[in-house]
Design a protein around this ligand. Structure first.
Ligand code: CP
Length: 308
């Protein structure tokens, strides 16, 4: 069973092959004449369940469109409308769903839900975000960087803000793709210690630098995300803004990075909070390429999982 649960659970060779395949898939479709764009239909006769316990725009639409472009049929389900939200166990749900569909993508809260689903399902499971990680997003980000700047190996990636689930997937990706990673943010919002320790044990080059001006120096890529995640309590909002104000990605901080440094944000963004509109709309910003590449890279991930 080839699941796609986290960046650190997929071999580096497979991750590389997914990125390269995603770029091929994107280019092939762009160059194909109308009427021939989806001619190969690798997911013909396949049904993919897309389960959402949390809101989504990009993940929902990109997976749905990706399945359709590959000749498969998507079913979008809300966790709260399923029996899963009314007492049926995750294990029983996974076994039942496996009798109907060929692949399951799930966006949920707890990591344990994803892992239990993967343990009991007899079809591949893809992590569409949990409170702890967001591997599909980081695959799209690496694809986007490499399209614009070539190999990410040896490059300096700087994350400014809160050490959230998206950053944890960057932590896992640093070693797998061989880039250097700097986290800059306030100590109370440090990234999950266990992921950092695991990555450092494996030899990844990851540092924490509290001073954002120093952190941004020589950056090839600057990344940020919303200051308050979907699973954070609403009451955290004011405190977070005070803690993170110094880490807002603005033109002044970006001037410390290399002139060609790219800017990324997985979106949705709160403009002029975690990043200014000036940076988000600057020529070095690739935020909409990132969003588009979710589609292409997830098609490659689904094909990897199904072996088609
Ligand atoms: N970046 C991301 O996962 O977006 P959605 O929450 O809209 O899916």
């Amino acid at each position: 069973m080839t699941h796609f649960l986290d960046i650190n659970k997929t071999q580096p060779e497979a991750l590389r092959s997914i990125i390269d395949h995603a770029i091929e898939i994107k280019n092939a479709r762009a160059n194909a004449p109308l009427g021939q764009k989806d001619a190969d239909a690798p997911l013909a006769d396949r049904v993919v369940a897309l389960i959402f316990d949390k809101p989504s725009t990009r993940t929902r639409v990109s997976f749905d469109v990706g399945v359709r472009q590959m000749g498969g049929q998507p079913i979008v389900l809300s966790g709260k409308d399923m029996q899963l939200g009314h007492g049926e166990t995750i294990s029983d749900t996974a076994k039942v769903m496996s009798r109907y569909v060929d692949l399951i993508m799930i966006r949920t809260f707890e990591d344990a839900t994803l892992l239990e689903m993967a343990e009991s399902a007899t079809v591949p499971i893809i992590n569409g975000l949990t409170n702890r990680t967001h591997p599909c997003q980081i695959m799209a980000d690496i694809m986007t960087f490499e399209e614009h700047r070539g190999s990410i190996k040896g490059k300096k990636v700087v994350w400014s803000g809160a050490g959230n689930n998206v950053f944890s997937s960057f932590v896992q990706a640093a070693g797998q793709f061989g880039f250097d990673l700097t986290f800059t943010g306030p100590e109370p919002l440090d990234p999950e210690r266990g992921f950092l320790e695991e990555a450092l044990r494996k030899g990844s080059n990851i540092i924490i630098e509290r001073d954002p001006h120093l952190a941004f120096k020589g950056a090839d890529l600057v990344v940020t995300d919303t200051w308050v995640s979907m699973h954070d309590p609403k009451t955290a909002r004011k405190r977070r803004h005070n803690q993170l104000r110094a880490y807002q990605v603005n033109t002044e901080l970006m001037s410390n990075a290399k002139p060609e440094a790219l800017f990324m944000h997985c979106l949705p963004a709160h403009r002029d909070h975690e990043a200014t509109s000036e940076v988000m709309d600057s020529p070095n910003s690739v935020i909409f390429d990132e969003a588009e590449n979710r589609l292409h890279v997830q098609k490659a991930i689904m094909r990897h999982c199904l072996g088609v």
